[in-house]
Write a protein that binds this ligand. Structure first.
Ligand code: ADP
Ligand code: MG
Ligand code: MG
Length: 189
């Protein structure tokens, strides 16, 4: 279950991972994008870590959403922002991880018009949520899901511009999303 304390801990850990892996995430974005994903997320998570994350679940999600929408930019900013806004809404009624994460994934789909199988962050979110529903999501499983995006040809986002040459590379947004899920596990959500 999400609690205000484990949610704050989740974002603290997510910030740490994003800052640690900023160069790596931008490297992943270089062959199939414009090489800025790590910098985009780093800027957004700087704003999250400077924000006041006090309050209940909806208050925390709203503050995070605003910081990400305001600072990340690119394709990923509005998508992560939408995910957090949908979790904000869902957290008024529930604190169940699968329920909130499913609402977030639906928001990402609607906002970006992508489905599973197009080499985007959804290829991490959707299968990871399936595992959450069945019990035990692990760091190894998340790494495996991120690696699996290598096999997919991108048909949405900037990576779709390189067509077949997108095959063989991990999707950067899927990798950063794996760090978010990993942070939740570590925070004991
Ligand atoms: P930009 O591509 O604008 O430079 P980023 O590099 O920050 O933005 O983010 C790229 C990531 O955004 C991709 O790796 C992918 O996971 C995600 N993404 C791009 N377009 C979509 C979409 N339509 N739906 C879901 N995720 C998307
Ligand atoms: Mg980019
Ligand atoms: Mg960009």
């Amino acid at each position: 279950m999400f609690t205000p304390d484990n949610l704050r801990e989740t974002f603290k850990r997510f910030n740490q991972k994003i800052q640690d892996k900023k160069e790596y995430l931008s490297e992943l974005d270089t062959p199939i994008g414009d090489g800025d994903h790590g910098n985009n997320m780093g800027r957004g998570m700087d704003a999250v870590s400077a924000a006041d994350l006090s309050g209940d679940l909806p208050a925390i999600f709203k503050t995070v959403a605003m910081a990400l929408i305001g600072k990340v930019g690119g394709a990923s900013g509005p998508l992560y922002g939408t995910a957090m806004m949908e979790m904000m809404k869902a957290s008024k009624e529930s604190s169940d991880p699968a329920t909130l994460l499913t609402a977030a994934a639906e928001g990402i789909k609607k906002r970006g018009g992508a489905q599973q199988g197009e080499k985007t962050m959804l290829d991490l979110w959707i299968p990871a949520i399936d595992v959450v529903k069945n019990g035990a999501l692990t760091e190894a499983k998340l790494q495996e899901l991120a690696e699996k995006t290598k096999d997919i040809k991108a048909t949405k986002g900037r990576a779709s511009y390189v067509g077949d040459r997108s095959i063989g590379h991990i999707d950067p947004g899927a990798m950063s999303s794996a760090y978010l899920f990993e942070s939740m596990i570590e925070a004991g959500v």
